[in-house]
Write a protein that binds this ligand. Structure first.
Ligand code: NDP
Length: 520
């Protein structure tokens, strides 16, 4: 997710490591933080209508951080009413594009200025390494808002080649009220992927973070209001998926819902749309992405470094994780050896320690799920090369080290189902056709990587792969200029990032004008 493109050093591209605190400073700063824990509706914080609250915990300690307002259907109604009122009054959609741009740019600047605070919040709430949250996630969050803001006054409509005596324009208009339901793996960034284009195109938004990771989005919304986003345009309703998320999915006055998460919940949004108002549904739903390593690669250390980023970065909690390493039989042993060497630079541990590269899994249920898959892999006959156990249990946190299975067949469950943890399946092949067949033999189609020194192989295989993003000699998703979305059960309905993201939050309008009289 959001890895800046190419190069040998993907972590260094956007890293702003001057902001990253050492552990002592991080702990001291956490002590001084004031967390926002109420719903953000119509420009202000408020408790849930029925006063309910739920605990959010630190996955690295298992301890409670604070409690958060537990919204319900009535709170979603209030947020949608505020969003609809803002839309009807045109306070955002009809604001001069330049003015809307300036406000979003000010918000992006403010996110940059608060990157350290936001990153600390994200680290304790999501278990993600501080080096990633402060150094990458928050700069990327700001960059996403900024990129879409800058596009606001640079995108034009069209004039159609209509017959003499007519003028026909094709323009884009905001869809209206957008509902967004986002996951816990990149809480701020995934919110920004929805909010950037949805707000840039003039919509009002009601957004729900995952209940495990509510805190950063509440602070982001407050910074947005301070930057000038009008009341009612950006609303955050915290609470569980099966109440708040379902209320968004079923709501008759939401025009479009953007969802990132599991395929199972994505299906529900489609059903709710059909049962309610046929709202537009945009789905981004995970994957089981292949990384194909051909026999001709010369830089095996580079391949291993990229392959490790693909599956171990963010604890493998990544929809585009390269969880299937499909390697030519002749190079498998060399690749496993290179991976073993690479893993020496992937320390697992306290997410507040800047040297940590693998933090904690999001929750105890998720830890159990990942470990259950390890057991499934063993029972299916795959060979566990490394990892596969809970470690650092004395911390109370949910840690699993890099886990590699060798001898995996593509029909095994560990090769077919999304594990969403640091678990890599190594599968061998003999021919190019076999590699492509294995790579495409999946219900998903989000991302893929190809490693080869042969340009012909690279182009041929990139065309053959059924995936929304194909990277050559890297694990990469492109950057903000390129669209991100999946084939098959990885989702459909639109794309995040790039100007294509603007399309998904706008209606296309034809205006047909018949001219009276004639100058001839
Ligand atoms: P979910 O799909 O359940 O969660 C994603 C979002 O959907 C969260 O905001 C969640 O809210 C919400 N949600 C959950 N249940 C419902 C519901 N019934 N109606 C409406 N909204 C709902 O993912 P999980 O957290 O359960 O993770 C399970 C698996 O899903 C992972 O192991 C992974 O395979 C996949 N996943 C994929 C992601 C991706 O980036 N594509 C991201 C996250 C998960 P809440 O958490 O508050 O209940």
């Amino acid at each position: 997710m959001v890895l800046p493109n190419v190069t040998d050093a993907p972590f260094e591209v956007l890293m702003t490591d001057t902001l990253i605190p050492d552990r002592e400073a991080a702990v001291a700063e956490l002590g001084g933080l004031t967390l926002r824990t109420n719903l953000f509706i119509d420009g202000g914080f408020r408790p849930a209508r029925d006063g309910r609250r739920f605990v959010t915990e630190n996955p690295a300690t298992g301890q409670s951080i604070t409690d958060v307002a537990e919204g319900g259907a009535a709170d979603v109604d209030a947020a949608v009413a505020a969003a609809r009122s803002a839309a009807d009054r045109g306070v955002w959609a009809r604001m001069d594009p330049g003015a809307r741009k300036r406000i979003l740019l000010a918000w992006a600047d403010s996110i940059d200025a608060h990157a350290r605070e936001l990153g600390l919040i994200e680290t304790i709430d999501a278990g993600k390494p501080i080096t990633d949250t402060v150094g990458l996630d928050m700069p990327e969050t700001a960059a996403c808002i900024r990129w879409h803001a800058e596009a606001i006054d640079k995108l034009y409509g069209q004039v159609a080649p209509s017959p003499e005596g007519t003028v026909a324009t094709i323009t884009r208009e905001p869809v209206g009220v957008v509902g967004a339901v986002v996951p816990w793996n990149y809480p701020a960034q995934m919110a920004a992927w929805k909010l950037g284009p949805a707000l840039a195109t003039g919509n009002s938004v009601v957004i729900k973070p995952a209940s495990t990771t509510s805190l950063s989005l509440l602070r982001l919304a407050e910074l947005g209001a301070e930057a000038g986003i009008p009341d009612g345009v950006l609303n955050v309703v915290t609470g569980p998926g099966d109440t708040v998320g379902a209320a968004i999915g079923r709501h008759p006055d939401i025009d479009c819902v953007a969802f990132t998460g599991s395929t199972e919940v994505g299906r529900r949004f489609l059903a709710w749309s059909a049962e309610s108002n046929l709202k537009r549904v945009l789905l981004e739903l995970g994957g089981k992405s292949p990384q194909i390593v051909f026999g001709d690669v010369t830089e095996m250390a580079h391949v291993a470094a990229q392959a490790a980023v693909a599956i171990f970065w963010n604890m493998g909690e990544n929809c585009s994780a390269g969880s299937r390493l499909i390697v030519h039989r002749s190079r498998k042993d060399a690749l496993l050896e290179a991976l073993r060497e690479e893993l020496a630079s992937w320390p697992v541990g306290d997410p507040l320690d800047p040297s940590t590269k693998i933090g904690a899994l999001i929750s105890k249920p998720h830890l159990d799920r990942v470990l259950a898959y390890v057991q499934v892999g063993r029972e299916e006959g795959a060979r566990l090369v490394t990892g596969g156990e809970r470690i650092l249990e004395e911390t109370g946190g949910y840690f699993v080290g890099p886990t590699i299975f060798d001898g995996v067949r593509n029909d095994m469950r560990i090769a077919r189902e999304e594990i969403f943890g640091p678990v890599l399946s190594v599968i061998e092949f003999d021919t190019e056709a076999e590699a492509v067949a294995i790579a495409n033999d999946t219900a998903y189609g989000l991302a893929a990587s190809i490693y080869t020194d042969d340009l012909n192989v690279a182009h041929r295989v990139a065309r053959d792969l059924r995936a929304g993003t194909v990277a050559v000699n890297a694990y990469a998703e492109g950057d903000m200029t390129t669209p991100f979305g999946g084939y098959k059960q990885s989702g459909f309905g639109g794309h995040d990032k790039s100007v294509h993201a603007h399309d998904q939050y706008t209606e296309m309008k034809t205006t047909w004008i018949v001219l009276r009289g004639s100058s001839r």
